[in-house]
Design a protein around this ligand. Structure first.
Ligand SMILES: Nc1ncnc2c1ncn2[C@@H]1O[C@H](COP(=O)(O)OP(=O)(O)OP(=O)(O)O)[C@@H](O)[C@H]1O
Ligand SMILES: [Mg+2]
Length: 257
C-alpha cells in the first residue's frame, strides 16, 4: 500500500507521503523515539499509534475553535490526511513552567511557575542542533517576515490558552510545548496555520497531584513507562477507553523500504 505513494520526506518521528489530492499529504506516525537531536534513539512499540490519536484530538478541537491547522482527518491507526504547507523553519516553544533547557541554561529551579508565558524560537537545523534564535535573526535572515512572526506568536498564545485549559481539566499541568507553523496559500491569500503534531512527544505534561511526567521526558531521563504515560494522557482526554488495546492487536501495517 505504501509503495504506491511517493514518499516526500522521512523525519525522525514521521513520514510524509504524497496525498490523494494536490495540496494534501499523508502524515505517518512512526514508533521511533529520539532525543538530543537523535543522539538517543529507540523504537517504542505503539507510540506512533497513540500520538496519531492524541494529535488528531488536539488538532480537531483547535480547528473547531477557529485556530487554523493542517489537519483534515485521520485515515487509520498511524496516518492522517493533512494540508501541505510551506514550512517556516522554526520550532516555536511556549513555556509556562520552568523545565528542560530553560531550567538548566538559566539556572532556574525546575517547576517554578513563570511570571508569564514565554515564547522562544529555535531555528530548525539538524546540522546546527536547532539553535535558539531571536526575532531579529528570524526577520533579518528572512525565515519569516515581521507580520508572519506576529501571526505565529498570536497562534502560539491561543494554542497555549486552549491546551492549558484542556489539560488542567484532566489534572495535567501544561509545562511547555513546541509547535511548527507553515504558510497556506489559498488563491492570492496566504495565512499562517499550525502544522506538524501536538502530542506528549512535543509537550511537557505533569500530573498535577503526583508531579509525574507524562511526556517524552520519560524517555530523555530514562524513567521508563513511556507508553503507559502516553496512554494515561489519552485515557484522561477520553480518546481511548480503559480496556482498549492500543498495540499488539489488529492488522499490522507493513513498512516498505
Ligand atoms: N503540513 C505540512 N506540510 C509540509 N510539511 C510538514 C507539514 N507538517 C509537518 N511538516 C514537516 O514534516 C516533517 C515531519 O517529520 P518529523 O517530525 O519526523 O521530522 P523530524 O525528523 O522531527 O525533523 P524536524 O526537526 O524537521 O521536525 C517535519 O520536517 C515538519 O516540519
Ligand atoms: Mg519533528
Amino acid at each position: 500500500m505504501n509503495n504506491r505513494r511517493r514518499r516526500i520526506y522521512e523525519g525522525k518521528g514521521k513520514i510524509l507521503y504524497e496525498g490523494p489530492e494536490p495540496g494534501t499529504l499523508v502524515q505517518f506516525f512512526k514508533d521511533d523515539t529520539t532525543a538530543f537531536n537523535k543522539k538517543k534513539h529507540e523504537i517504542i512499540d505503539g507510540k506512533g499509534v497513540i500520538n496519531n490519536r492524541i494529535s488528531e484530538f488536539v488538532f480537531t478541537h483547535l480547528n473547531r475553535i477557529g485556530i487554523p491547522t493542517h489537519f483534515i482527518r485521520r485515515l487509520n491507526m498511524r496516518e492522517q490526511l493533512i494540508r501541505e504547507v510551506e514550512m517556516i523553519p522554526l520550532e516555536i516553544v511556549v513555556r509556562n513552567v520552568a523545565a528542560g533547557e530553560l531550567a538548566t541554561r538559566l539556572g532556574i529551579e525546575e517547576g517554578l511557575v513563570l511570571p508569564r508565558s514565554i515564547i522562544e524560537f529555535y531555528y530548525k537545523s539538524d546540522a546546527l542542533d536547532d539553535p535558539m534564535v531571536s526575532e531579529e535573526h528570524i526577520t533579518a535572515f528572512g525565515w519569516a517576515s515581521p507580520q508572519e512572526l506576529d501571526d505565529v506568536m498570536a497562534l502560539a498564545i491561543r494554542i497555549n490558552d486552549f491546551l492549558t485549559g484542556l489539560f488542567l481539566g484532566v489534572g495535567i499541568q501544561l509545562v511547555d510545548f513546541k509547535i511548527e507553523c507553515g504558510r497556506l496559500y489559498e488563491g492570492d491569500m496566504m495565512r499562517i496555520i499550525l502544522a506538524d503534531e501536538i502530542s506528549p512527544d512535543s509537550c511537557r505534561l505533569w500530573d498535577i497531584e503526583t508531579r509525574e511526567r507524562l511526556d517524552k521526558d520519560r524517555f530523555r531521563k530514562d524513567l521508563g513507562g513511556l507508553i503507559e504515560a502516553y496512554q494515561e494522557v489519552a485515557r484522561r482526554l477520553g480518546i481511548i477507553n480503559e480496556n482498549e488495546p492500543i498495540r499488539g492487536t489488529g492488522p499490522v501495517l507493513v513498512k516498505t523500504d
